[in-house]
Design a protein around this ligand. Structure first.
Ligand code: SF4
Length: 402
């Protein structure tokens, strides 16, 4: 819920979410219960933000029994659309809740206008295109159909075609298409001779080439003007397993870029500050996916040392009253520390942490989860975030966080 609120505060005009269980492709994430979906919809709609529910696994017959109840509950909760991949799920949504719009997941791998039109004929109102498409191909599809189209602009991608993959089923007995991927494509592989247990020999094409299938993360910011010129109906940021700081940063950057483009398409240029911000959140190195042509070696991060990230979450604004700001710490904080306030409406602002008070006691050290108040040289809104750069002695190790 907190991540959803963060997305709404920092400029998303729609969010997608999953239910607990195996109905979405992030089954292990802290997803929403049916009751929480109602709260999420009420909050998002109050901010003018749409909510799309992902029902995009490929259920076997044994799982179909629960679907009508989930679909009716989603409709009654007021979700704006459901996202499906499987044609059987699509048919069931159409039968159970005929008025509920259906979006086709990228997982269904639509790569042509013919596929888009065929899905539309089956009742789909929006197609989230497969990620394996170039800018020219997307433009061609856009010209050939007036069905709503959406593309991914940012986030993790699979080395297999839009996530259709059995590596996790095979190595971990956890199926990617049932939402249980353990991401074995990111594991560090070595070779072991049968009789020499524990002696790991590197599998290397060249120095350091051991992360054979570890795709870089998609980032279409460098070509954002071309993305916007396509006239799409939705730009999707992958974020269902991401923390609030990631969501705030990435959503805010793309929102600013979108607004800047719409204000002056001819004069649009990617700002250095946006690129720097995007580099500050957890990532595996960026590339532009298939948008600028099929990726080669540059699409894989062979020399993976862990997630790249320069900042972590310091605190979240809980309340603002009578000039005092109440915050909840998310990492250890110490008086005198430099913090950055991530304003949802303007540039970020740096300030020095001082004058923190909790239950009438002045604090020099603040522990995670502790609620405290202080006077700030700015007026934030509840839900906004403060961050701090990694520094010596931080408990969180850079490169190993999300
Ligand atoms: S193992 Fe990797 S490529 Fe396969 S589904 Fe999972 S994340 Fe995607």
């Amino acid at each position: 819920m907190e991540v959803l609120e963060t997305a709404c505060i920092y400029g998303a005009d729609a969010v997608y979410l999953g239910l607990r269980g195996e109905s979405s492709l992030r089954a292990s994430a802290r997803n929403f219960s049916l009751e929480e979906i109602g709260r999420a919809v009420a909050y998002a709609h109050g901010k003018g933000v749409k909510v799309y529910l992902a029902l995009n696994t490929y259920p076997h017959d044994s799982r179909y029994g629960e679907l009508p109840g989930l679909i009716r509950a989603a409709r009654d909760a007021g979700v704006d659309a459901v996202i499906v991949s499987d044609i059987g799920v699509l048919a069931m949504v159409r039968r159970t809740a005929p008025g509920l719009p259906v979006h086709l997941s990228t997982q269904a791998n639509a790569v042509s206008s013919h596929a888009v039109e065929a899905w539309r004929g089956l009742g789909v109102s929006r197609v989230i295109l497969a990620r394996e498409l170039s800018c020219a191909e997307i433009a061609e599809i856009r010209r050939a159909t007036d069905c709503e189209l959406e593309v991914f602009v940012h986030g993790s991608v699979c080395v297999s075609i839009s996530g259709r993959c059995l590596i996790s089923d095979y190595l971990a007995r956890r199926g990617a298409n049932q939402g249980h991927c353990t991401q074995p494509c990111r594991w560090d592989y070595a070779m072991v001779e049968r009789t020499r247990e524990g002696q790991y020999m590197p599998v290397e094409e060249e120095d350091g080439f051991t992360f054979l299938y570890n795709s870089r993360d998609l980032c279409l910011l460098p070509v954002f003007g071309e993305v916007m010129a396509l006239g799409l109906d939705g730009l999707k940021i992958e974020g269902r397993n991401k923390a609030a700081l990631y969501v705030a940063t990435v959503v805010s950057v793309y929102r600013q870029a979108r607004d800047a483009y719409l204000e002056d398409p001819q004069g649009f240029a990617v700002q250095q500050g946006w690129t720097e911000e995007i580099a500050r959140v957890s990532n595996r190195g960026y590339f532009t996916g298939f948008f600028t042509g099929a990726p080669g070696h540059d699409g894989i991060n062979y020399d993976f040392k862990g997630y790249e990230q320069t900042h972590h979450l310091a605190a979240r604004v809980v309340d603002v009253k009578d000039g005092r700001v109440t915050l909840e710490a998310r990492n250890p904080l110490v008086e005198g520390m430099e913090l950055e306030w991530l304003s949802s409406a303007g540039p970020r602002r740096c300030f020095t942490l001082q004058g923190a008070v909790s239950e009438g006691t002045a604090l020099t050290h603040i522990r995670p989860s502790q609620v405290f108040s202080l006077q700030t040289p700015f007026v934030p809104v509840p839900g906004e975030l403060l961050r701090k750069p990694f520094s010596e002695g931080d408990r969180v190790v850079p490169g190993r966080t999300r």
